[in-house]
Write a new protein. Sequence first.
Length: 306
Amino acid sequence: MPDSATELQNRPEEAANIRLGRVSIPGLFRDLPEAVIVADEEREIVWANNAALAMFGYTIDQLIGQSTEILYPNKDAFQEAGTAHFNKTGSATDHNYEANYLRANGKVFLGETTGGPMRGANGEVLGYFGITRDISKTRAFEELLANLYRVSSDQSLDTAQKIDEILKMGCAHFQTDSALVSWVRGETYTVLYSHSEIAEIERGSVFKIADCCCARALETNGPVACNSSQDNACGPHPCYSLFVLETYIGVPLIVDGTLFGTVNFTSSETRAPFESSDLELIKMFAAWISQQLSIEKEINGLPDLS
């Protein structure tokens, strides 16, 4: 099967000759980074650019002739979009909007769309177009920042509760089921806080750093991630005593300018490879936890793990 992301590049003459009535779809749409889909009066797809094929996960042959209903998570969403934007009269005053869309693999994502009728010289509707940008990651990041701020500023929560909430958010984002905050002194790795959907590691549990995945993060002085135990970035870890570790992402934890320990998120299941943005994001999680620990140190001194 042809690669959907490059298929139109291999069929430029077809992509350039799609017409709705007397209107030809501009060839420049083909190389836009946003997904562009053109449909006829019946909202059946007649054209899509490379970005649309990559975004929705279809080949051009799988899209052409199909109702645009396949792009929506349910029939109600399809009909709502039609009522507001993709009909001859259109109830919407603004054709820039956000909506949930459905990929071929069944996953739903949030998109920002500019779309509406394509009209001929006499104003008649020849078909419809939609230009969509995937904003799911941007929106998820904005919501994450808002939640981190909400938790850190909640005066009803103590330090342990705040860190637990932060670890819980990290597990949700990184698709992991466990998280640890460690306190490192010399060659000793001590569990300070933990969150797990499987089995908590008791506060004060002590391990040798050499037996932990976090050793790599400390050696490199930066974030380390792997999505499978076959990855060289993964190695023996204390969590192996509780469940088989497959996924790991961790980073050194700096408090008041000094190395304090590590923050890591792990799972017994493999996941899709981490992205570079995830490596930046775990540093942000560590910074928020560092802030809480700095406040705790100022008030109560170093942790009492006895």
